[in-house]
Design a protein around this ligand. Structure first.
Ligand SMILES: [Zn+2]
Length: 143
C-alpha cells in the first residue's frame, strides 16, 4: 500500500524541515548578536519581526539556499562585515521571497555600520559604489 509509506515520508520531510528551521534560526540569531553592538542589536526590531518568516522560507527552499545563507551569516568568531553586507544586498536580488524582510535588515545594519564603530568592527567605513535597494524592481538595470 502506497498511502502509509507516503505518510512516513512526509513526516520525515516535516521533521527535516523543522530541524533546518531551528538550525537556520539559531545561526542567524547568534551571528547577528555577534555582529552588532548590544545597543544596536537591542534596537533591531525588524530582525525579530522577520526572523520566523525568513527561517520558514529558507527551510522550505532547496538545500543550496541554506548554504548561501550560511556564507552570509558566518560561524563564530566571524561576523557580518561591510563586505558581507554588500554580498547580502546582491544576494537579495535573486532571493525574491525573502527580499522585503531582508531589505529592512540590510538597511538597519548598513545604518549601524555608518554610525557605530563597534558594529563596524572598528574598520573604516566603506562607501557603497552601488545604489541602495530600491522599492519594487527599480534596480534591475543596475549592472
Ligand atoms: Zn552599534
Amino acid at each position: 500500500m502506497a498511502r502509509p509509506r507516503r505518510q512516513v515520508r512526509s513526516a520525515r520531510e516535516r521533521w527535516e524541515r523543522e530541524r533546518r528551521y531551528t538550525r537556520v534560526k539559531n545561526r542567524l540569531v547568534a551571528c547577528m548578536e555577534r555582529s552588532l553592538c548590544e545597543t544596536h542589536f537591542a534596537r533591531f526590531r525588524s530582525f525579530g519581526e522577520g526572523l520566523e518568516e525568513f527561517c520558514a522560507l529558507v527551510s522550505e527552499a532547496a538545500p543550496i539556499v541554506e548554504d548561501e545563507v550560511n556564507v552570509l551569516f558566518p560561524e563564530s568568531p566571524n561576523r557580518i562585515t561591510q563586505v558581507i553586507l554588500q554580498n547580502f544586498k546582491e544576494w537579495l536580488k535573486s532571493a525574491e521571497p525573502v527580499r522585503s524582510v531582508c531589505k529592512l535588515w540590510y538597511q538597519f545594519i548598513r545604518k549601524a555600520h555608518l554610525e557605530c564603530d563597534q558594529c563596524r568592527g572598528e574598520a573604516a567605513y566603506l562607501i557603497d559604489s552601488g545604489s541602495e535597494i530600491e522599492d519594487e524592481d527599480a534596480d534591475v538595470d543596475e549592472d
